[in-house]
Design a protein around this ligand. Structure first.
Ligand code: GDP
Ligand code: MG
Length: 162
């Protein structure tokens, strides 16, 4: 079985954009597995000769509505399944309390976690990510799913954990 990489984070940080970017550039087949809700999308990807499965999750929230509960449950399943977790944050927002709650969820997972900070679209934004050290998940890696920058650096770190 291929190693599994899950992308998690609060809604709107750009998880699906990053997922599509990784797939478009490196992937043979995108498959919707039967029986999996659309809140967890799987695809096969590769980087530097390493094959892996990648999971895009619905954003994690702690609202009480049934839909948010379901999305969180899907994200928790993804975290359980994953061999490596990419936590994605938003450089345009700095650290939110939701980021902090998700980070605490990830400490408990006891799995390798990489912290990526998306929407770092220009050099100024790439240099302004130091706040994210406070999440206690190591060095923040600046990426831009929209522009396709930083993704190779992120994937280099991901495949080191296989
Ligand atoms: P998700 O909810 O985490 O899956 O986020 P989406 O991938 O749906 O993106 C949410 C919004 O952020 C969309 O409007 C995207 O166009 C925008 N977005 C995603 N990645 C980037 C990025 O790298 N830079 C900027 N500026 N916007 C982005
Ligand atoms: Mg999404």
């Amino acid at each position: 079985p291929l190693p599994i990489v899950a992308i998690v984070g609060q809604p709107n940080v750009g998880k699906s954009t990053l997922f599509n970017r990784i797939i478009n550039e490196r992937v043979a087949i995108v498959e919707d597995r039967p029986g999996v809700t659309r809140d967890r999308n799987y695809a096969r990807a590769s980087w530097m000769g390493h094959q892996f499965s990648i999971i895009d999750t619905g954003g994690i929230t702690w609202e009480d509505s049934t839909i948010d509960e379901e999305i969180r449950a899907q994200a928790e399943i993804a975290i359980e399944e994953a061999d490596v977790i990419v936590m994605l944050c938003d450089a345009s927002q700095q650290v939110t309390s939701l980021d902090e709650r998700i980070a605490r969820l990830l400490y408990r997972a006891d799995k390798p976690v990489l912290l990526a900070v998306n929407k770092a679209d220009n050099p100024e934004q790439r240099n302004d990510i130091y706040d994210f050290y406070s999440l206690g998940l190591g060095d923040p890696i600046p990426v831009s799913g929209a522009h396709g920058t930083g993704i190779g650096d992120l994937l280099d770190e991901v495949v080191k954990n296989f």
